[in-house]
Design a protein. Structure first.
Length: 532
């Protein structure tokens, strides 16, 4: 029997394996996808297709939803699932785009690596004049785990001293273009209190396999089983705790069970919730963790809206750039924080949000992409679709998650802010459906597939989905305790984005990693006390 089964190998699972193995526990990692052939899978074939033909061809081959992801391309398409094999559903007219990657490392292979810390303004909103719910931890409690993750992976950036956006442990500055430096200096402190700073980006990993997994492997305590899609937890009928997991071998389609003293779910937010909901037993009739009735409730994604365009050629000069790794997606030269403020007309207040920005990176173009917090409404939920199963017979998810009227008002503020910022340098705004070429014509025809009526991307498009098994201080109003342990089954730990109480506006991956380190530290302490 293993000490711990870790489900998933991405942002959360990689760190869980490292922390547990380095503390002497025997760990079995179950990854639903394949192992990675680095030489074969990280190559770009000459003469590859353009974006539009690639997306259309991939859609016909079974990736009709995955092909809508921003980082989907000819050389990355194999890092996205086949939608026919991995179905899910959503209400008619309310799409949610669930972009998934099933392979060793999960979605880290297409991660843009923006690494932003959350502050007490997001963790304790009720103490900052906003409605809860609050997280059951403070920034001071999670700060040392942020430090550990950043120092291990390497964080590019520069100290900015911005309220509500704590600085990190930077190893080196983020390289900026001349135009980005100029824009940073011009923008800082203008346009409604906008704070401008260099991007905060985790250093690119040319080794491809997540560094924490390599560290866990070196301990000799890690066993990895790929092509193992976990369906549900196997529960002890007497204690109500987990005895292990049931999974299907995706190649042979043979079902198996593995036993362990504890299970750590790191399958990604919605996959972990799906596993918990599918874990039905007499002691857990609504799924493991659902005694409060909140399992699957309050899911969110970031509000996301973006603009791009060109600048006069005379203002742009080519700059010497290192050869760009086509699998390096960390291109956010600048980060802009827009603080909370009164909306136009004085009706209500906008929430703080962030804008990722690139200017003059290899071409005379600019782009800005704003991310804001979605309201964690109970009506936004993940449940099990009784009519659908995936290619391996596991019941599929149903996702109901839509923008509220308040979200739509926030989106309008975000768009207006981008336009104001673009006006500071008189940047020309060009949307794809305005371009007079084949891609522009096709994009105009398919605009409703990408954008909601507000002009924002449909929910899910940011690939920042979180929630559904939130942490809390009481089993009455949460699924997990302050240590990420399931109230209903304390030897089940949920470390990924499912545990989020609310989304905040900051990119989530750094917080997922830091929270995983913290949760595993508490799990090891419980193991030493014999409390598994």
């Amino acid at each position: 029997m293993y000490d711990v089964i870790v489900v998933g190998s991405g942002a959360s699972g990689s760190w869980a394996s490292k922390e547990l193995c380095e503390r002497g526990l025997k760990v079995l990692m179950l990854e639903a996808g394949r192992s990675i052939d680095v030489e074969r899978e990280f190559s770009v074939k000459p003469g590859r297709q353009g974006l539009l033909p690639t997306r259309l061809d991939s859609a016909l081959r079974g990736q009709h939803l995955q092909a809508r992801c921003a980082n989907f391309a000819a050389h990355t398409s194999h890092f996205y699932v086949n939608d026919r094999q991995n179905p899910y559903s959503y209400p008619r007219g309310k799409p949610f785009y669930w972009f998934r990657g099933r392979q060793m490392g999960g979605r880290l292979h297409t991660w843009c690596r923006a690494a932003l810390r959350m502050s007490d303004a997001e963790l304790k909103p009720s103490e900052h004049g906003r409605e809860g719910p609050d997280w059951p931890l403070t920034y001071q409690e999670i700060e040392p785990y942020y430090d550990k993750v950043e120092m291990y992976l390497g964080l590019l950036g520069e100290r900015a001293d911005v309220p509500g956006l704590p600085d990190g442990r930077y190893s080196d500055p983020m390289p900026l273009t001349r135009l980005e430096r100029r824009f940073l200096e011009k923008t800082e402190g203008t346009a409604g209190g906008i704070r401008a700073m260099s991007g905060r980006i985790i250093r690119h990993n040319p080794r491809r396999i997540p560094l924490p997994i390599l560290a866990a492997t070196r301990t000799g305590n890690l066993t990895i089983q790929s092509n193992a899609a976990v369906s549900h937890l196997v529960m002890d009928p007497e204690t109500g705790r987990a005895r292990g997991v049931a999974y299907v071998d995706c190649l042979s389609k043979i079902w198996r069970e593995e036993a362990a003293k504890a299970v750590v779910l790191c399958a990604s937010a919605f996959e972990s919730v799906r596993i918990l909901l599918n874990s039905v037993s007499p002691r857990h009739p609504g799924g493991v963790g659902n005694s409060s009735g909140l399992l699957g409730r309050g899911i969110t994604d970031h509000l996301m809206i973006g603009l791009r365009g060109r600048m006069p050629d005379a203002r742009w000069e080519p700059e010497p750039l290192e050869d760009k790794d086509p699998f390096d997606f960390g291109v956010n030269g600048l980060y802009l924080q827009a603080p909370a403020a009164k909306r136009g007309g004085g009706t209500g207040a906008s929430r703080a949000f962030g804008i990722q920005c690139g200017i003059g990176r290899g071409s005379p173009n600019w782009w800005m992409l704003a991310f804001g917090e979605m309201s964690p409404a109970p009506s936004n939920r993940l449940s099990i679709d009784a009519t659908r199963r995936d290619a391996w017979g596991i019941p599929a998810a149903r996702i109901e998650c839509a923008h509220s009227p308040d979200d739509e008002a926030q989106i309008a503020v975000m768009r207006d802010t981008i336009l104001t910022l673009a006006g500071l340098e008189r940047f020309e705004v060009v949307m794809p459906y305005d371009e007079k070429n084949l891609a522009g014509v096709a994009f105009k025809a398919l605009r409703r597939v990408v954008f909601s009526p507000t002009g924002a991307f449909w929910p899910g498009a940011s690939v920042h989905e979180v929630g559904g098994a939130r942490m809390g201080s009481s089993p009455r109003d949460s699924v997990l305790d302050p240590s990420n342990r399931c109230w209903d089954a304390p030897n089940v730990v949920v470390c990924d984005g499912a545990s989020f109480v609310r989304s905040g506006y900051q990119n989530h991956t750094l917080t997922i990693m830091a929270q995983t380190v913290r949760a595993c530290e508490h799990l090891v302490a419980a193991a030493k006390k014999g409390d598994l």
